[in-house]
Design a protein around this ligand. Structure first.
Ligand code: GLA
Length: 376
């Protein structure tokens, strides 16, 4: 417990879009995310009465220090527990990262809370330690077996850059991401599919429901287990270490999951090379090829994501793919600036024709990492 009065600290953390390298983090591979210009803001101050008090819009959770939290509050309390916080705190959340959209609203929440609490209680934790605490909150406390991509991006994102994250050696390499000078823009197409499911969690469903909703009600955990099984068959610690030749030793689902991992690893390398060479046509093709692999081999797409990608491509996108865990959530499309409105209209028309809920479509840029924005 801290004996001196606590300051009020406000911190913001971004959502993310993964450009390519999907489902590779927990396989020891490489991912290429950008931090988004949409953020979650956590305000942390001393509690007036010895209990934790959490507020997010109209939602509230109150509990003793150490008391188990469920639903959305579990992401906050999970971080407090992972950081070993024993001071009762008042935490207020607001966010413009859409919930359940596959844009990592949960990691943005965890990281905003972690950064604010770290400053408020003068814990002195490094950004690496905060990433580890946020991952522990999500995997151990909430119970979603995710791989660390989202939290790492929220704490290390850089404006105007993607981050090449290597989950084999832990390295983070900034790679310039500037589509606008090439006459291109990155659009997010939020299919709203996971959003509907996530609302259940916000109404007080059990811990893990929010993460489950944005990762396919157990589908994510199943994919992870299948990848681990394929790695075991090959005698490898990490499936991303498999070579194309190793695929001949696998069959059935293990083969299909591994084929995605092996080909996606290669696509990440080609994508980075293409960015360095300003070869945006190749960047676009690799995005579309990544989507096909996630749809056909990894089985984590859905009809709405496929429709978004197809309609965007037909209307002139250079490339398009689902982003994040899949089973709903968002797609991204790299579009010529002059075609952005036409691509949006085409996607909306296709969704209306197919009887899907109207998607949210908005441009995104590579923004910076989580930060303290106010101390008073
Ligand atoms: C979710 C998880 C990440 C990562 C992606 C897929 O966003 O939280 O750890 O596995 O899915 O790339």
């Amino acid at each position: 417990m801290t004996s001196h009065p606590l300051p009020l600290v406000r911190a913001a953390a971004p959502g993310r879009v993964n450009l390519i390298g999907e489902h590779l983090d927990y396989n020891g591979g490489r991912c290429l995310p950008i931090a988004l210009d949409r953020r979650t803001v956590a305000t942390v101050a001393a509690s007036p009465d010895g209990r934790h008090h959490l507020h997010s819009g109209e939602l509230a959770w109150h509990g003793a220090v150490g008391e188990r939290a469920d639903g959305w509050a579990s992401y906050v309390v999970g971080v407090l527990e992972a950081l070993g916080v024993r001071d009762p705190l008042a935490v207020t959340i607001r966010s413009d990262v859409p919930v359940g959209s596959g844009l990592s609203s949960s990691a943005a929440l965890e990281c905003a809370v972690a950064v604010a609490v770290n400053a408020c209680l003068a814990l002195g934790r490094s950004d690496e330690e905060l990433v580890a605490a946020c991952i522990a909150a999500e995997t151990s406390y909430v119970g979603a077996p995710t791989g660390g991509l989202d939290q790492t991006t929220a704490l290390f994102g850089r404006p105007g850059h993607a981050l090449l994250l290597d989950f084999a050696d832990g390295s983070r390499t900034p790679v310039p991401w500037r589509p606008e000078p090439a006459g291109l823009r990155l659009l997010v197409i939020d299919t709203k599919v996971a959003h509907r499911l996530a609302l259940g969690a916000l109404r007080g469903a059990p811990a893990g429901a929010l993460a489950g909703a944005s990762s396919g009600d157990g589908g994510y955990a199943a994919r992870r287990a299948e990848c681990e099984a394929a790695a075991r068959t090959l005698g490898l610690d990490r499936l991303a270490d498999a070579s194309p030749d190793d695929l001949a030793r696998l069959t059935g689902n293990e083969l299909r999951r591994a084929r995605h991992v092996v080909t996606e690893q290669a696509r990440v390398a080609e994508f980075v090379d293409a960015l360095v060479e300003d070869d945006w046509a190749t960047v676009g093709h690799l995005m579309t090829a990544s989507h096909a692999s996630l749809r056909d081999d990894f089985d984590v797409s859905c009809a709405e994501l496929d429709a978004a990608v197809e309609a965007a491509r037909d209307a002139g996108a250079a490339g398009a793919r689902m982003t994040g865990g899949g089973f709903g959530g968002s797609a991204i499309a790299l579009v010529p600036v002059g075609r952005a409105d036409a691509v949006e209209a085409a996607v909306r028309e296709r969704f209306a024709e197919d009887g899907y809920e109207s998607p949210a479509v908005f441009p995104v840029e590579a923004a910076g990492a989580a930060e303290v924005v106010q101390i008073s």
